[in-house]
Design a protein around this ligand. Structure first.
Ligand SMILES: Cc1ncc(COP(=O)(O)O)c(C=O)c1O
Length: 345
């Protein structure tokens, strides 16, 4: 049978044998009683790594963002975020439904907003307007093609937030891709934020889970919001053990995903149909433009699938490829071969 090369997302990974062993032998307890040693260890480790006082395991990145937004805001507050950000696009308007907040989306450059752009969106103190309570940024930026948020820009936005009494949350689903690619320690990247959500089930290769981090007081309030959403889980150390294993063993290897994404980008960008600047690929995500209006993303996806290469359509005239722990050098070579065979001239 043809081996499928699954480049649709870094969420398609399956736990390695070693990770499964760590899960199978995890010490567990009732986490709703705060008695699961593996969950407690993961939370401590993550808080330390992100330079925050405390952390909380949550079921998903979507839940991490929702619990964070709920914890920072009151109904009818406004949240500034980027127009291609995950909470605005892919979270089923959960913040509107459950936090009762309004989003103020601003279109950035590959997901990056500047302090000047954000400053214009902050509401004056006037009863006609909602209260601007929170700024959410995303690092790396998924729809921005794995773009890394420059730390200096984040620091300028923090200064603006401080001057206006606004909190800051980071959707760091792929924060570790940014820290590994830049060499900036996670705690430095997180310092400007009041809260952070990181995913275990993307590049780190865990089957489930995210962790949010912040001050002790904030995490206490977030814990109650997680409870309200039905997110209290019992012997969840089985999942936390995968996270602990990944922090210890899967972090540095993200650099391999970045190298492979660059190799794919260098080769595929030579094909005129997909020509683009390969240096735009900074981490593990490649967004490929299709320079022929007659060729739809769905057609490209189907043709690649017929050769065992899975990718996703990513909006008009674009497809997305993502490297991850399930993709090796042979897969990269084979993918390049398939692109050249199907689309090369
Ligand atoms: C940037 C970003 N944030 C949040 C999420 C949500 O994560 P989950 O699928 O675990 O809910 C994703 C998922 O792809 C993401 O790419």
């Amino acid at each position: 049978m043809m081996r499928l090369i699954d480049l649709r997302s870094d969420t398609v990974t399956k736990p390695t044998d070693e990770m499964r062993k760590a899960m199978a032998t995890a010490e567990v307890g009732d986490d709703v009683f705060g008695e699961d040693p593996s969950v407690n260890l993961l939370q401590e480790k993550m808080a330390g790594l992100l330079g925050k006082e405390a952390a909380l395991f949550v079921a998903s990145g979507t839940m991490g963002n929702l619990v964070s937004i709920l914890t920072h805001t009151h109904p009818a507050d406004e949240v500034i975020l980027e127009a291609n950000s995950h909470p605005f696009h892919y979270e089923a308007a959960s913040a509107a439904a459950y936090a009762g907040v309004q989003f103020f989306p601003i279109l950035g450059n590959r997901g990056i907003l500047t302090d000047t752009e954000i400053a214009k969106a902050i509401r004056p103190d006037d009863p006609h307007f909602p209260k601007t309570r929170l700024i959410c940024l995303e690092n790396t930026h998924n729809r921005g093609g794995g773009k890394i948020y420059p730390l200096e820009e984040i620091q300028k936005i923090r200064a603006l937030a401080d001057a206006n009494g606004i909190a800051m949350h980071l959707d760091g689903a792929r924060l570790f891709n940014a820290t590994v690619a830049t060499g900036i320690p996670p705690a430095d990247y997180c310092k400007p934020f009041d809260s952070i959500s990181v995913c275990l089930s993307k590049g780190l290769g865990c089957p489930v889970g995210s962790v949010i981090a912040g001050s002790k007081e904030w995490i206490k309030a977030a814990h109650q919001n997680r409870k309200r959403l039905g997110g209290g889980m019992r012997q969840v150390g089985i999942l936390a053990a995968a996270g602990i294993y990944a922090l210890d063993h899967h972090m540095d290897r993200l650099a391999e995903d970045h190298r492979r994404a660059k190799e794919l980008a260098d080769a595929i960008s030579q094909i005129p149909l997909f020509e683009f600047t390969p240096s735009a690929v900074e981490t593990n995500i490649i967004v490929l433009p299709i320079h022929d209006p007659e060729t739809s993303p769905e057609e490209v996806v189907e043709r690649l699938k017929s050769e065992g290469v899975l990718v996703v359509p990513f909006g008009p005239g674009e497809i997305r490829l993502v490297t991850h722990i399930g993709i090796d050098d042979k897969d990269v070579a084979r993918t390049i071969e398939v692109f050249q065979k199907l689309f090369g001239e």
